[in-house]
Write a protein of this length. Structure first.
Lengths: 225, 246
């Protein structure tokens, strides 16, 4: 089996498996964030649970980080291998005649997403780890109130951050527009070639990023107190 | 039609090639692209220049020899055809046409527009066959029941002529459509089952060894394939390899 994952097809399967995991994570993440549009309390409760539950923190979170790192590292390895396989570049190449922009530029949409994730780590994840595990404050409280919702609203004050956020999620949408059905094909399923799943993939690649964008814009425009 | 041609010229596999401009005049729109190239070569020979080397054989779209990357597409802008079946009516009078060899590290240029596609042969030799007794005791093929659907799909896969347009088109120079078709044509039939696991493992290993890239499912190969080989064959190859590896 180890030989399988060293083969070109095995690597594609590994990319697809990590992609499925990340696509599932996006649904989870969006679900929690969406609560912030409807109920401050619900968002605080969900965030506190995700941020302090040992199973989430010490089992799911490491798996997520491994998944993210693996998907990027393998993506870069495959891109380098593919560049090497190309040899001399064409003087004229009409890629648009036979494939979508999204499918030909996964590495660039991927790099844009990576840039966002690095910013997101610096902006959110590292301060969060600091509060919980360095300072040791697991209460989720600040000035006698649950801190999560206020922190979220605070983050979306900055138009610069909201702008970067919107751009990053547009790239995520472009990445998913190809990635969703591509993952099925890599797993050896022809389901991704059927109209039903293609439409579902299109909807997924629009709804997920749009959800995150709406949350950012909503808090920036209507919760900017 | 009067045309300007920008053609890749390369003396041999070690030489550094370059694009060279040529003019051809009075080209009939009914000519095939290769006939247009013949006109150019006659012109070059008459003026004492070296003719442009290009691959061709049957000129009926079934041998897979003619290649050429024309205006940024394998076998040119028409669909479901090889270069010998591409007609000049696809172009307009006064057009400039860029003609390059199929590009891939695993398809090194031999001369001008001719590339070495022996890497495909080596992949075939690694497992693209079935071992049967042909000493006169061969079983009647009709004695094995095969569903119409499987037979049709196997036949569709077997129409691959190994021209290499899939590799030339792929931004990753991946050979997975070719190998997928060759694996599928046997995987779908009872005769192919005995060696199925070794076949897919050995052919994929040889494909990787030859330095072809990794498929990213852009689907460009399927669009440019002169025989319309479906991406379903790549999915089937992936399944076959998973099955063989577990």
């Amino acid at each position: 089996m180890s030989g399988f994952f060293k083969s070109s097809i095995g690597r594609k399967v590994a990319m697809a498996l990590s992609a499925f995991f990340l696509m599932f994570f996006l649904i989870m993440h969006l679900s929690v964030n969406l609560l912030s549009l409807f109920s401050e309390d619900a968002f605080n409760t969900a965030s506190h649970f995700m941020g302090t539950n040992p199973l989430v923190q010490f089992a799911l979170q490491p798996v997520l980080i491994i998944g993210v790192v693996f998907h990027f590292v393998m993506g870069f390895i495959l891109e380098l291998k593919n560049k090497k396989a190309q040899g001399v570049a064409y003087a004229k190449n009409n890629g648009a005649a036979n494939s979508t922009w999204m499918s030909r530029n996964m590495i660039y949409s991927g790099i844009a997403i990576l840039a966002f994730i690095i910013l997101h780590f610096i902006d959110f994840w590292i301060p969060e780890l600091n509060t919980k595990y360095v300072v040791g404050d697991m209460s989720g409280m600040y000035n006698g109130e649950m801190r999560y919702f206020h922190e979220l609203v605070e983050k979306f004050h900055s138009p610069l951050r909201v702008g970067a956020y919107v751009i990053a999620f547009v790239f995520l949408g472009l990445h998913l527009a190809h990635g969703f059905t591509s993952a099925f094909q890599s797993m050896g399923s022809t389901a991704g070639r059927k109209k039903a799943l293609q439409n579902f993939g299109k909807a997924y690649s629009i709804i997920i990023p749009l959800g995150f964008i709406i949350i950012a814009l909503y808090h920036h425009l209507f919760n900017n107190h | 039609m009067n045309l300007t041609l920008k053609i890749w010229r390369q003396k041999d596999s070690n030489a550094k090639g370059q694009m060279v401009d040529y003019k051809v005049t009075e080209i009939s729109e009914h000519m095939s692209f290769l006939e247009m190239m013949d006109v150019l070569n006659e012109q070059l020979v008459n003026s004492g220049e070296e003719p442009v080397a290009f691959d061709h054989d049957c000129r009926e779209g079934i041998c897979g020899m003619c290649s050429m990357y024309i205006n940024g597409e394998a076998h040119g802008p028409d669909r479901g055809v090889t270069t010998c079946q591409l007609h000049m009516r696809m172009f307009k009078d006064g057009d400039t046409i860029t003609i390059e060899p199929f590009r891939a590290a695993a398809f090194p240029v031999i001369k001008d527009l001719i590339v070495d596609r022996n890497s495909f042969e080596r992949i075939q030799q690694a497992g693209g066959y079935i071992s049967v007794n042909t000493s006169g005791n061969t079983q009647d093929a009709n004695s094995l029941p095969i569903s119409k659907h499987a037979a049709d799909e196997a036949m569709d896969a077997a129409t691959c002529i190994g021209c290499g347009a899939c590799v030339a088109t792929c931004k990753n120079s991946s050979a997975m459509l070719f190998v997928g078709a060759k694996v599928s044509q046997y995987a779908l039939l009872p005769q192919g089952q005995v060696e199925a696991a070794d076949r897919v493992k050995n052919m994929v290993a040889q494909m990787d060894l030859e330095g072809f890239g990794n498929c990213t499912n852009t689907g460009a190969c399927e669009v440019e394939c002169p025989k319309g080989i479906s991406l379903d064959n790549i999915a089937r190859m992936n399944r076959e390899l998973m099955k063989a590896s577990i």
